[in-house]
Design a protein around this ligand. Structure first.
Ligand code: FES
Length: 105
């Protein structure tokens, strides 16, 4: 082993999550749990493929103060479902927003 040899590591194009977090990714989706779009997209990239998995990974959609905190006055579940569909093409049917805020789709 030659301890004097130089090591060159070449990185291909990659996203620097913190530095490249654009404004859209920084937008809050879940106001109760303070989860932004980028965090949800990252959870999907990490393998979450259902609403329940996204909820488990991020906490988004598990709050109970939606009417009070979300400017839309409703739960963020439909917004999470829309991101899931945009990122994966998979549409998950949501019967109702969530049991705690009582908003129906
Ligand atoms: S806004 Fe996401 S759970 Fe309330």
């Amino acid at each position: 082993m030659n301890l004097n040899c130089e090591i060159h590591v070449v990185f291909g194009p990659q996203k620097r999550r913190g530095a490249s977090l654009n404004q859209k990714e920084g937008q809050l989706v879940c106001y109760c749990r303070k989860v932004n779009r980028g965090r949800i997209i990252q959870a999907i990239a990490d393998g979450a493929s259902t609403l329940k998995q996204i909820q488990k990974a991020t906490g988004a959609g598990t709050g109970k103060r939606c009417k009070e905190l979300n400017p839309k006055g409703m739960c963020c579940i439909p917004d999470i479902a829309a991101i899931l569909e945009a990122e994966t093409g998979m549409k998950e049917k949501t019967r109702s927003c969530c049991p705690h805020c009582g908003v129906k789709e």
